[in-house]
Ligand binder design. Structure first.
Ligand code: HEM
Length: 231
């Protein structure tokens, strides 16, 4: 990397967090498409649903043991921090943040939980024709009915969350001139968007990719165990 870029930008996001984010985005679009197409597409809907579940469990583990900017403990802040962030947003320049801001951090949690509800209910969903989710056979008829109804209605919550998430990123870009989308691709932010020029950079501890692979393997084992339980 050339020196100017090294000096003007700061490495914020680790590779596992960025891969998680974009893989989840692609899979959720695929998941909505295959769910709406239904029929034989449900075979792929199930496969990508298991991949989404694995990614969500991975992200929860990574939120505990991952790099500083990916840890829940570093970005989940109280209501005062949230209000301070909103005040900053109303100011003329963009807020300076190391990773997720005080509002965005909670949005991450809400999106993960909402997707867990969507994917978890899918395991008990039936199309009432030929395709049953893998846990339909071990659940009561009443539960399956409730989960199927939840699965087809909860998607509205997901659409709203995705819409707000994309809107926030676009507004940051247009109004605050901060490109959060590019930062999630390159892993780097402009130094001026992180701290004031006269301030030192906060220390970030980056967790290794091997730790990420271990978290991914544990997450995949949990999903595998759920599916084995059903068969
Ligand atoms: C985040 C993950 C998921 C998303 C975003 C998602 C989304 C959707 C959508 C949009 C539909 C169509 C609903 C409609 O007809 O109005 C659907 C249907 C369905 N999904 Fe999912 N789904 C997810 C995970 C899963 C999983 C993990 C399973 C099972 C392993 C599953 C099983 C089903 C089934 C069986 C249907 C057909 C229901 C019907 O035709 O009434 N889904 N899903």
């Amino acid at each position: 990397m050339n020196d100017a870029r090294e000096k003007d930008t700061v490495r914020i996001w680790d590779l596992p967090t960025r891969l998680f984010k974009w893989a989840l985005a692609v899979l959720v679009v695929f998941q909505v498409t295959t769910g709406l197409l239904a029929g034989s597409w449900l075979t792929w809907h199930f496969r990508s649903g298991y991949a989404i579940l694995t990614l969500l469990i991975f992200r929860i583990l990574w939120g505990i043991v991952g790099s500083t900017t990916s840890r829940f403990s570093s970005f989940l802040k109280g209501p005062y921090a949230g209000l301070a962030h909103v005040r900053e947003l109303l100011g003329s320049r963009g807020p300076r943040e190391l990773g997720h801001n005080a509002v965005g951090g909670w949005v991450v949690i809400v999106i993960i939980l909402a997707l867990l509800v969507q994917a978890g209910s899918g395991l008990f969903t039936t199309d009432d024709i030929a395709t049953d989710g893998p846990l339909v056979a071990v659940a009561s008829e009443r539960w399956v009915k409730a989960m199927t109804s939840l699965h087809v209605r909860w998607i509205l919550v997901i659409y709203i969350l995705i819409g707000l998430h994309v809107l926030a990123a676009v507004l940051y870009l247009i109004v605050k001139k901060q490109n959060l989308i590019l930062a999630m691709i390159t892993g780097r932010k402009r130094r001026d968007d992180v701290v004031a020029p006269d301030q030192p950079l906060p220390a970030i501890r980056f967790a290794g990719n091997v730790s990420a692979l271990i978290c991914l393997a544990v997450a995949a084992a949990v999903v595998y165990a759920i599916l084995r339980f059903a068969s």
